[in-house]
Design a protein around this ligand. Structure first.
Ligand SMILES: NC(=O)c1ccc[n+]([C@@H]2O[C@H](COP(=O)([O-])OP(=O)(O)OC[C@H]3O[C@@H](n4cnc5c(N)ncnc54)[C@H](OP(=O)(O)O)[C@@H]3O)[C@@H](O)[C@H]2O)c1
Length: 314
């Protein structure tokens, strides 16, 4: 694959998308980023990215992009099946590589840990992200049947500067973090031994830049991207408490009790998902992409909390 590529990034203003765009410019690629113009909260430097306003679900716009440019690689950070189909039809013959972001939520519940890419995901379960599974199956079928050069990267829970971190009520609630900072009691559903594995946004963005460099030799492949290790919810909360100087007591209660106490904040779905162990092996991404995450889950959490404090969020 050539060193310098012409790369189109759908979602270039997003948390991960902006990091992919920034990293691709730093790697020497010529980068076009697409946004509808509604997301203005990006904080990553997009200097060097040629920003274009448009909707990746708009057939005429996508066809125009394909007609006016000769992209080597298209990246979509938040694709739907319709976006994948449109990209296949508009860019199919032109592209050497199509990279899309998915989620490790496709794999749950984990049957063995750490789970790798061979773990089952193509069957609906009560907790997996079934629409994402269906979308990924569709994209891989385009590869198998038509040679569309798609690769799928699946991050775990995203953490780092720029977004309120996951809490132990199963969401990203400011009220939770305010309570923790104030030293008020907080709850963990059932047991603090549940495993959580977060991926730091800067590292996750770098995995896509690695994948762009690999080119079509990784087409048809799925990669799990995250930090190297899972930690327990107890360790996660202890890390946050130490960082915030909090003496919050921790109570282990049923998910129903958490919802009863915080009906505005906690949801059954969020808590159910939080209670699934998240423990993944990123070895395939390390070996094939050269992925080299720089941060631990604890460091990602500290970065997110430091950012939230700086922003005055709690
Ligand atoms: N959050 C997590 O913990 C987690 C965990 C695992 C996996 N994931 C996956 O990771 C990805 C997250 O990516 P991200 O952080 O970059 O998302 P993000 O911060 O939500 O950004 C998405 C970007 O896409 C753009 N966009 C959305 N629809 C568009 C359209 N129709 N046309 C053009 N641009 C459009 C938006 O910009 P405009 O509004 O300006 O167009 C926005 O900047 C998702 O695929 C998610 O499923 C997330």
């Amino acid at each position: 694959m050539s060193q310098t590529q012409h790369v189109l990034i759908f979602g270039a203003t997003g948390e991960i998308g902006s990091r992919i765009a920034h990293g691709c410019v730093a790697a020497g690629h010529r980068v076009v980023g697409v946004t509808r113009g509604t997301n203005t909260r990006h904080r990553v430097d997009l200097q060097g990215v040629e920003m274009v306003t448009g909707d990746k679900g708009d057939k005429a716009f996508v066809q125009k992009m394909a007609a006016e440019h000769a992209f080597d690689t298209v990246v979509d950070s938040v694709p739907t099946p319709a976006h994948v189909d449109l990209a296949f039809k508009a860019f199919g013959n032109q592209l050497t590589h199509y990279l899309m972001c998915s989620s490790t939520g496709t794999f749950v519940p984990l049957q063995a840990m750490p789970a790798d890419e061979t773990h089952p995901w193509e069957t609906k379960t009560p907790v997996n992200f079934w629409p994402q599974c269906e979308r990924d199956s569709f994209a891989l079928s385009l590869h198998e049947e038509h040679g569309f050069p798609v690769s799928i990267l699946r991050p775990t829970n995203i953490i780092g500067a720029g977004r309120v971190p996951l809490d132990t009520w199963g969401g990203r609630s400011l009220a939770y973090w305010r309570r923790l900072k104030a030293g008020e009691p907080i709850e963990i559903p059932v047991t603090g031994q549940t495993l959580v594995q977060s991926g730091c946004n800067d590292d996750l963005g770098s995995a896509f830049v690695d994948a762009v460099a690999c080119g079509p030799e990784i087409a048809g492949e799925i990669f799990i991207i995250s930090t190297r290790r899972a930690i327990t919810l107890d360790r996660y909360v202890a890390t946050a408490k130490a960082f915030l100087g909090s003496a919050s007591p921790v109570e282990y209660v049923t998910p129903e009790e958490i919802i009863r106490r915080y009906p505005e904040e906690a949801t059954e779905k969020g808590l159910q998902f939080l209670m699934e162990h998240m423990c993944f092996d990123i070895g395939k991404a390390e070996r094939m992409l050269g992925y080299d995450p720089q941060f631990t889950g604890e460091q990602g959490l500290q970065q997110a909390l430091a950012w939230a404090l700086e922003e005055g969020l709690f």
